[in-house]
Ligand binder design. Structure first.
Ligand code: ATP
Length: 573
C-alpha cells in the first residue's frame, strides 16, 4: 500500500526501525481510492507497504484531492505534459459540499485544452464560512455575478473582512496563503463602487469622477492577477472599469487607456502608479479605497519613495497639503486603507495604527482593534519592513501564515546533485505542477536545461524576462504545458496557481517569512500540498530553525527507489 501525502500527519502507525521511515495508516475508504487511480499511478509514493493492506495501487499527490468528508464524482485524469510517466492530475474531482463552495472552477484548466474535461479542484470545506454572501450584506447584483462565476460561499477571512470594511474601518487583513484575501477586500469595494454596487438612497456617485480605488501590488504578475479577478467579477461588459498600471508595459498606452476608459479601479505596481500620478495622468484625490496587497513587502525600503507618494496622494483632496492644520487626519478621512498579507510584522501594525481610522486587525475568525495589540518598540534599520523590527518580529509575522493542509519535508544533497534530487522528488510524489524556487536568476536556466534533459518539461520565470515573456511563461505553466516552473523570489508572493501540488526550495529562503510565501504557492484554498526543501548538509540547521519559528513540522526525508522515505529526526541530527 502506498500512501498519499495528505495522510502523513494523521495516520502514522509505526516507525520502521532500520531506515526509520514512517509506515503510514490509511483511514480513507477503499472506494475513494479505487480503480481509476490504481490504473494510472505508478510506483512512486510512500514506503511502508509491509504493514498496511494493499488496496490496489499507490497513492500519490493525486490522492491528496480525496477527502472523506464529501462525496466526489470521478473524472478521467489527464496527463500533464513532460512527465516521465503519464499520471494523474491532482484535480480531477467533482465536489459537492453543503454550500457548494467547492463547486469552484479552477482559474484555468491545467490540462491540455484538447482534453475537453472541465475539472473542478477540490478545496477544503472547513475553509468556508457558515454565512452566505447575502448574509454578509453584499448587494444582489454582486452576489449574482459571484454565483455565475461559481463562487457561492465566502471563505472565513472573507466572512470576517467584508462587514468590517463595509463599516468603513481601516483594516489589516492577515490570514494564511491561499485563503481568499483578494476577494476579502475586492467584494466590499465592489459593493460600494461600480455597476454592481449597493443601491443608495442618496447616491452621490454621479458627482464622483475618476478613480475610486487604488490597489497596489509588488509584482506585475500579482497586479495582473488582481486585475483578472476584478474583471471576472465585473463581467465582460464592464472590464474597462479596471485598469492595470504595471511596470514593464507601455506607459503611454496605459495613460491613454486611463483617459479613454475612465476606470474606477486601478491596480498596479508602486513604481508605475507613482510615475503616472507624478506626471499628472492619474487623479486619485477623490479615491475612496487604497489597498496595499502584500503590504509587508510594499512597506520595505525598496519601495519607500513610490509608496510615500501613493500614501500622500491617494484619497487626498486637492488643496490639502501635509502642512494643513489637520495634517494626516484630513487625509485619513478621505480614504479607507486596507493592508493585506499572510505575514504581518509589527512594523505594519505600527504603520496601520498611525494612518488608520479605527483600524482593526481582521483574521479568519477574529477582528481585533489594533490599539489592543501589544507591539514592541521598533529597532531602527534601513533594510526592509521586516528587518526594521527585531528578528523576532519576522518570526512573529510568519506564524499562522501557512495553511494547515500543507506538509513540509527537507532533504540534504550536495549542490551538484540538487537537480537530480528534485527529479527524484517529483517522481516519488508524482507531482504534476511544481514550483521550484532559487535565490538568484542566473542558475535558473541551468536547472531548466537539466530537467529537460531528464525528460521533465520545465521553464524559467524571473524579472529579467520582458512583461510579455513573463505572462506567456506563466500562462503556459498554468495551462499545463510545463510541469516545473523554476523561478526566484518574484513568484513567491501572491501567485495563484490552484493546481500547484509541490513547492521545492532548491535554495534556502532567507527567513521564515520568505519560506511561508514560497510554501504558500501550493495548498491553495485548503487543497493539499507539499513543500520540500533541498539543502546542503551544513544548512539543515537553518531549516530546523525555521521549523521552530514557523511552528510547523518540517520532516527530514530522502527520495529513494521512487519513494519518499521520511526519517526520524534523530537520524539526521
Ligand atoms: N469564496 C471563494 N470561493 C471559491 N474560491 C475562492 C473564494 N475566494 C477565493 N477563491 C479562490 O481561492 C484562490 C486563492 O485566493 P487568493 O489568491 O485571494 O488567496 P490569498 O489569501 O490572497 O493568497 P496569498 O496570501 O498567497 O496571496 C483563488 O484561486 C481564488 O479565486
Amino acid at each position: 500500500m502506498r500512501l498519499s501525502i495528505g495522510q502523513v500527519h494523521r495516520n502514522v502507525l509505526a516507525l520502521a526501525s532500520s531506515r526509520s521511515c514512517f509506515v503510514l495508516g490509511d483511514r480513507l475508504s477503499f472506494r475513494m481510492l479505487s480503480q481509476p487511480r490504481a490504473a494510472g499511478l505508478h510506483q512512486s509514493a510512500w514506503r511502508g507497504s509491509q504493514i498496511v493492506e494493499d488496496r490496489g495501487g499507490p497513492l500519490t499527490l493525486a490522492s491528496l484531492e480525496v477527502q472523506s468528508r464529501v462525496e466526489y464524482g470521478k473524472k478521467e485524469k489527464t496527463p500533464r505534459s513532460g512527465g516521465m510517466k503519464p499520471s494523474s492530475r491532482a484535480s480531477s474531482l467533482n465536489v459537492k459540499p453543503k454550500f457548494s463552495p467547492l463547486n469552484v472552477k479552477p482559474a484555468k484548466s491545467a490540462s491540455p485544452k484538447s482534453s475537453g474535461i472541465k475539472k473542478t479542484l477540490k478545496v477544503d470545506e472547513a475553509l468556508f464560512s457558515a454565512k452566505s454572501f447575502e448574509e454578509l450584506g453584499l448587494p444582489p447584483l454582486l452576489v449574482d455575478r459571484l454565483n455565475k462565476e461559481g463562487l457561492t460561499a465566502p471563505t472565513e477571512v472573507q466572512s470576517a473582512a467584508i462587514p468590517i470594511i463595509a463599516q468603513k474601518h481601516d483594516v489589516v487583513i492577515q490570514s494564511y496563503t491561499g485563503s481568499g484575501k483578494t476577494l476579502a477586500y475586492l467584494l466590499p469595494i465592489l459593493s460600494e463602487i461600480g455597476p454592481l454596487k449597493r443601491p443608495m438612497e442618496h447616491d452621490s456617485s454621479e458627482k464622483r469622477s475618476g478613480v475610486e480605488a487604488v490597489i497596489v501590488a509588488p509584482s506585475r504578475e500579482l497586479g495582473m492577477q488582481i486585475v483578472r479577478e476584478v474583471e471576472k467579477i465585473l463581467g465582460p461588459g464592464d472590464k474597462r472599469l479596471v485598469q492595470q498600471l504595471v511596470g514593464g508595459a507601455n506607459r503611454s498606452r496605459q495613460e491613454e487607456a486611463l483617459k479613454k476608459n475612465k476606470p474606477i479601479i486601478v491596480v498596479g505596481t508602486p513604481g508605475r502608479i507613482s510615475e503616472i500620478s507624478a506626471a499628472g495622468k492619474l487623479h486619485t484625490h477623490a479615491c475612496r479605497f487604497l489597498v496595499l496587497d502584500e503590504v509587508d513587502q510594499l512597506l520595505s525600503f525598496n519601495y519607500r519613495e513610490d509608496m510615500h507618494r501613493i500614501l500622500e496622494h491617494v484619497g487626498r483632496k486637492s488643496g490639502t497639503t501635509s502642512r494643513d492644520i489637520l495634517g494626516p487626519l484630513a487625509r485619513r478621512s478621505e480614504r479607507q486603507t486596507i493592508l493585506v498579507s499572510a505575514t504581518i510584522p509589527f512594523s505594519v501594525i505600527r504603520a496601520a495604527r498611525s494612518w488608520g481610522h479605527d483600524p482593526v486587525l481582521v483574521r479568519a475568525k477574529s477582528v481585533v482593534p489594533l490599539d489592543s495589540i501589544t507591539v514592541p518598540r521598533p529597532v531602527l534599520s534601513h533594510t526592509d519592513a521586516n528587518s526594521s523590527s527585531p528578528s523576532s518580529s519576522v518570526n512573529q509575522a510568519a506564524v499562522g501564515s501557512l495553511p494547515p493542509s500543507l506538509e513540509h519535508f527537507y532533504c540534504t544533497a550536495k549542490a551538484q546533485h540538487k537537480v537530480d534530487t528534485l527529479r527524484r522528488c517529483i517522481h516519488a510524489l508524482d507531482a504534476q505542477t511544481v514550483i521550484a524556487f532559487m535565490n538568484n536568476t542566473k542558475p535558473l536556466k541551468d536547472v531548466v536545461f537539466k530537467l529537460e534533459a531528464r525528460g521533465i518539461k520545465a521553464t524559467e520565470l524571473h524579472g529579467d524576462l520582458g512583461k510579455l515573456a513573463r505572462s506567456t511563461v506563466l500562462k503556459k505553466f498554468k495551462d499545463g504545458e510545463f510541469r516545473v516552473l523554476v523561478t526566484n523570489e518574484l513568484s513567491a508572493r501572491g501567485l495563484d496557481v490552484p493546481e500547484c501540488d509541490l513547492v521545492v526550495n532548491l535554495d534556502l529562503p532567507t527567513d521564515s517569512t520568505h519560506y511561508a510565501h514560497r510554501a504558500g504557492r501550493t495548498g491553495r484554498l485548503g487543497r493539499k500540498g507539499i513543500v520540500v526543501t533541498i539543502c546542503e548538509e551544513n544548512e539543515a540547521f537553518v531549516v530546523r530553525k525555521m521549523r521552530k519559528q514557523l511552528a510547523v513540522p518540517i520532516k527530514p526525508c530522502e527520495f529513494t527507489e521512487g519513494e519518499l522515505v521520511v526519517h526520524k529526526e534523530e537520524d539526521v541530527e
